[in-house]
Design a protein around this ligand. Sequence first.
Ligand SMILES: *[C@@H]1O[C@H](CO)[C@@H](O)[C@H](O)[C@H]1NC(C)=O
Ligand SMILES: *[C@@H]1O[C@H](CO)[C@@H](O)[C@H](O)[C@H]1NC(C)=O
Ligand SMILES: *[C@@H]1O[C@H](CO)[C@@H](O)[C@H](O)[C@H]1NC(C)=O
Ligand SMILES: *[C@@H]1O[C@H](CO)[C@@H](O)[C@H](O)[C@H]1NC(C)=O
Ligand SMILES: *[C@@H]1O[C@H](CO)[C@@H](O)[C@H](O)[C@H]1NC(C)=O
Ligand SMILES: *[C@@H]1O[C@H](CO)[C@@H](O)[C@H](O)[C@H]1NC(C)=O
Ligand SMILES: *[C@@H]1O[C@H](CO)[C@@H](O)[C@H](O)[C@H]1NC(C)=O
Ligand SMILES: *[C@@H]1O[C@H](CO)[C@@H](O)[C@H](O)[C@H]1NC(C)=O
Length: 835
Amino acid sequence: MAKGTTRSIRWSSSSLALLAIAAVALLRTTATAAPTVQTQPLYGLVERLLPKAYHSAFDFQIVSESAIPPSSPKNKYDVYRVSNIAAAGVNATGRGGQPTVLIEGTTVSALGVGLKYYLEQAAQVELTWSGNRFNELPAQPPRVPDLELDSGNVVTTGHVHGSFVPWRYYTNVVTFGYQFAFWDWNRWERELDWMVLNGINQLPAMVGQEYVLREFFRSLGVKDTDFASFFSGPTYQPWSRMGNMQGSWTYKLTGAGTEADELAYKNRWIDSQWALQQKILARLDGFNITSVLPAFQGFVPRALKNLYPQADIRNSSTWSGFPIQYTNVTYIEPTDPLFAKLSIDYLKLQDKLNNGHRSHHYLLDLYNELIPSCLTEACLKAISTAVSKTLQTADKDAVWVMQGWFLTAAAWNPSRGKAYLQGIQEAGGKSFVYDLASDSLPVWDSFDGFFGSDFGWSVINNYGASQGLFGKLSEITVRPYTAFSQYPNTLRGIGVTAEGVNNNEFIYGLTFTFPWANPDQPALNVPKRLEQFIQRRYGPSRANPQVQQAWKLLSETVWDSRTGKPTGSKSYIEKPPALNMTDPNWLGTIFWYNKTTVVHAWDLLVQSGIAERNAAHGRPLPKSYVFDLVDTTREILLATVFPSIHGSLIAAYNRQDVAQIRAAGRQLLEVANDADRLLSSHPLFSFGSWVKEARDSANLPLPAGTTPAPSFNRSRFQQFLESNARNLVTWWGPESAGLADYGSKQWGGLISSYYVPRWRLFIAQLELAAQQKRDFDPAAFAALVSKHETAWQDQRWGDRNNESWASNGYDSIDLVRQLWVKYAALAAKIAATED
Ligand SMILES: *[C@@H]1O[C@H](CO)[C@@H](O)[C@H](O)[C@H]1NC(C)=O
Ligand SMILES: *[C@@H]1O[C@H](CO)[C@@H](O)[C@H](O)[C@H]1NC(C)=O
Ligand SMILES: *[C@@H]1O[C@H](CO)[C@@H](O)[C@H](O)[C@H]1NC(C)=O
Ligand SMILES: *[C@@H]1O[C@H](CO)[C@@H](O)[C@H](O)[C@H]1NC(C)=O
Ligand SMILES: *[C@@H]1O[C@H](CO)[C@@H](O)[C@H](O)[C@H]1NC(C)=O
Ligand SMILES: *[C@@H]1O[C@H](CO)[C@@H](O)[C@H](O)[C@H]1NC(C)=O
Ligand SMILES: *[C@@H]1O[C@H](CO)[C@@H](O)[C@H](O)[C@H]1NC(C)=O
Ligand SMILES: *[C@@H]1O[C@H](CO)[C@@H](O)[C@H](O)[C@H]1NC(C)=O
């Protein structure tokens, strides 16, 4: 309390010199105060991320709300103030061991954003997935500048900001499959640090929930053998949790063993994930990030029907063309008393196993891409009422969190949605709906802001964790504020629901700045923010006008899609080869941007990158700079050059010109192999990294006291993990069916081992058809492709020539330069004919 008083004296009397001096004296005594339980984790973060000179630079203080008046009345949540400790005219720099930067906040989350604000404004650095420039920080922590970079305002009494929504959330459940599946604690720890800096204070905590489910079902008398057809492999758990699919098929593909062996691998996996979850939960507690815990979803092993023959246990609808044994998931109808009983018991067990970690937020998606058993309003309301009462019985403060995605399905309309959501309110319950894809398929606007439920506005931007350069800047920078103006009492969160990371970092970073603008006058100066982002990313001295121009052009093209497209396009290379590759669908192949502009931006960026590298005399460029050079080169080669050569190939086939088919075919494969070599040089674009992560996850620690079965074969376990990793980015299922190539990737290694052989077969079939003066035979081609793909599912990475892990050892920038020399003129020519 005394500290709050100190602050209010200091800030309300800045014009009175005498009092100010007194306040500074007081500050000196508090500045060295020991970190509290609440602030200690932030000091830990600083020590993990920043150079030594910064470890004692910060004084983090939790203060009362009255101590910092918010900058605008609506920005009242998580308010922080960043200032120099020597506020009264004494320069703070250079005091060894003494904090010089004061970061006050009303919550831990506010302090995290305050720290990010300092790093950005004073030091112009930022932590992103592709890298950071913390190694280039000034030797002494710079003072907090008086000028606010964004607004240009002069601030002398500390920089104050607050959020207009109480919640900033991150991820969607499928990210736990597409991206997080094989992460270890080190990688999670880094992501959690990133979350704190980005102000995230709500996170679905989905890791390891199968452990609770398994223990729970065992306690009901379900036999372990009944789990084989229920639990899925590591990369498929999200869809299993949502009742879309169940079981696994990899043992059939890999020769990893029998179904019983595979069950042992799954159990081992579940155990290790539980150990990981304990660390995640403890860190969430440290950072005061609210976990959204799994609720009992009602999806059960088929055998449960035998244990409860009287209960209303049914099979759900099929999903995504999956064979029936892997879908039509068995579930307990939520209105049956058994659902309530099991929910409550499950939550009790989870609470016990969580060992002190608590939350009142529960994730429960009953109908994600599933059709409810009834669709009358009365029936839907009865279901949500029953479930809400159950949650409240288990925890009187329960908040039912759900992803609003289910409402995008044809079965739902506003009156059904209203009945379902209002059923919760009528039962006296609380709910929070993530409008999962406000950027591409917003539900809030057609479903009346979710009819009184709290909700969040979010950006996906990359379905299936796709990588293409993509964004909808002109929409996303406006719409959250529109939503808030219409639903000021219930729009209570802004989130990023990306399905994968390592792409489009500006878009995601920017989204997490939306909550900190004044919602009445958001005044987001996007060009200015982009400039500052590039300065932080490359370093102010490297962010020359050419580089800034390149990103300005990209922000007006790749990041400003206005065609209604929901997500980045796929390159032809990732799709099964065909005569006509034009695909206007969901993850189609249509490019919306002016290719001439994008090629020009690439020229500017590559030329600057090469000049910068030459000037650096062997010192490496910032990692994010290298990432961008690789990423834009990828886009040019695969989105501009490759499709155009495909056009020449098909034209030659149409003329039955065998020589030209060969020539175009050779050129097509050359582009593919060039792209592959480049992408294989960078760990964030390499298939080897993904497989290594999968295989290494065999070594994740187990919970204390767990002993693996004596017959356990680690090498087969690793093969099981690898086949899960391979399958997700290719077939996405037990066979090449509905979801094939949905999770495809423009990755080095995947191109050479999976896509190139498909294209080689295709070219050969075209050539054969032309030689024999007949039409290309799609069925014969499909049979050959299927043979290749089936064999590939079963392979082990590293067994063949040139299969490298994180990197093939080439220098990425050298390759970028070579490819630019080779393709720049061609790319410009192609662009000019297509625009
Ligand atoms: C503090 O540092 C700034 C920037 O280096 C300088 O302009 C100013 O004169 C210094 N003030 C004092 C009181 O030393
Ligand atoms: C912890 O988080 C909750 C929920 O956001 C918030 O109400 C509380 O004030 C926070 N406490 C601290 C110390 O950050
Ligand atoms: C659910 O599907 C399984 C497997 O297809 C089948 O054996 C079972 O009879 C079905 N159960 C119900 C209640 O329809
Ligand atoms: C599987 O789902 C379909 C589609 O909802 C349904 O018609 C069929 O009866 C289900 N099959 C079983 C075995 O439950
Ligand atoms: C290729 O497919 C697209 C989309 O299905 C279609 O609109 C177009 O007419 C087709 N082109 C040719 C040459 O058949
Ligand atoms: C594409 O961009 C180029 C160069 O910036 C410009 O000359 C051209 O008119 C643009 N094309 C279209 C269709 O806007
Ligand atoms: C484990 O499985 C591998 C691959 O199938 C096999 O070569 C090896 O002999 C097995 N090891 C043991 C100890 O059984
Ligand atoms: C492996 O890479 C080398 C260059 O590093 C290349 O010459 C060779 O053709 C590649 N081999 C295969 C099988 O791709």
